[in-house]
Design a protein around this ligand. Structure first.
Ligand code: FAD
Length: 302
């Protein structure tokens, strides 16, 4: 039996792992994909204190190695559900693990475009990560859909690799200004298609074109592209526990700064928690708090 099971090996989960191991707890981390979480999707991290400029991959790898060297069990298995009780249970496809406390650090995932049949092009022209897949589109024409910081960063990254980059955004203007947005506006191979939604994605075996529709006039523009990068926000990954844990209307787990959920002994940290700011610093901060409070909870059970 473990003291603490941590679900998710992203920045918040790995931080919770470091603190829990340093507190001499027997820890299991369960991760359904690879370690690192969302930060793997970015090329440059420039806002994490102590690191002026580090790639998302290097940040994640350093964090993973730091956690791993402290001796937790780390298993690459998807958690399907958790059960409450004096002894908590975490269920994966092939195993059931037991612990005194659980920390949920399952983060969030990219929102999909609401277009019927779009999944046909997953890995065949539709991507959710420019850093991961951008190079497949070297010298080709691509579009980015979305208008937040992530969309702008993705487009800027792609504009260095691709022949042409379209940005399709549903509003008439961007709600923020950033250095990267300014840089993007100066790029000769970038075109903005504003006030428009992507309404269809087309192709035989792989993506060949998309149709953008003007929100007001309904005028349609066909863009012949090889790749579409979707960056329209994220959704919380709380389906493993939303039958027993309180979530808000968007699916984020309710907990205040103490990272305690409505269930004694189950804690939450990082992007999956209901909060205002979702960044590395806040994810790691949550991981710290969740671990310290999980350790205190275990101490009360002795
Ligand atoms: C493109 C992009 C760029 C970003 N750039 C920056 C930046 O420059 N600076 C910054 O501060 N922040 C940045 N962020 C935000 C930052 O990455 C997140 O705030 C941070 O990763 C949140 O960490 P987390 O551990 O809470 O969640 P996540 O990173 O989402 O990690 C959650 C982990 O849980 C795993 N998981 C989910 N469900 C299960 C399950 N059922 N079983 C097992 N494992 C599961 C996932 O596979 C994942 O590894 C960026 C985000 C994106 C998408």
């Amino acid at each position: 039996m473990y003291d603490i099971i941590i679900i998710g090996a992203g920045p918040s989960g790995l931080t919770a792992c470091i603190y829990s191991c340093l507190a001499n707890k027997k820890v299991l981390v369960l991760e359904k994909e690879t370690y690192g979480g969302q930060i793997l999707k970015t090329n440059k991290v420039r806002n994490y204190p102590g690191f002026e400029n580090i790639s998302g991959y290097d940040f994640a790898t350093n964090l993973y190695n730091q956690a791993k060297n402290l001796g937790p069990d780390i298993k690459f298995e998807e958690v399907l559900r958790i059960n409450n009780g004096e002894i908590k249970k975490v269920i994966t496809k092939n195993n059931t693990y037991e612990a005194k406390a659980i920390i949920i650090a399952s983060g969030s995932t990219t929102r999909k475009l609401p277009i019927a049949g779009i999944e046909k092009f997953d890995g065949k022209g539709i991507s959710y990560c420019a850093t991961c897949d951008g190079n497949f589109y070297k010298g080709k024409d691509v579009a980015v859909v979305g208008g937040g910081n992530t969309a702008i960063d993705e487009a800027l990254y792609l504009s260095d690799i691709c022949n042409k980059v379209y940005i399709v955004y549903r509003r008439k203007e961007f709600s923020f200004n950033s250095i990267n947005l300014e840089k993007l506006k100066e790029r000769k191979n970038v075109s903005f298609i504003l006030n428009s939604n992507v309404v269809s994605v087309n192709g035989e075996d792989k993506l060949e074109s998309i149709i953008a529709e003007d929100v007001d006039t309904k005028e349609k523009t066909t863009l012949e592209i090889n790749g579409l990068f979707v960056a329209i926000g994220s959704v919380p990954v709380s389906d493993i526990c939303n039958d027993i844990i309180d979530t808000n209307e968007s699916g984020y787990i309710k907990a205040s700064e103490d990272c305690k959920t409505n269930i004694d002994g189950i804690f939450v940290c990082g992007d999956i928690r209901e909060k205002q700011v979702r960044q590395l610093t806040t994810a790691c901060s949550d991981g710290t708090t969740a671990s310290i409070n999980a350790c205190k909870y275990i101490a009360t059970k002795k």
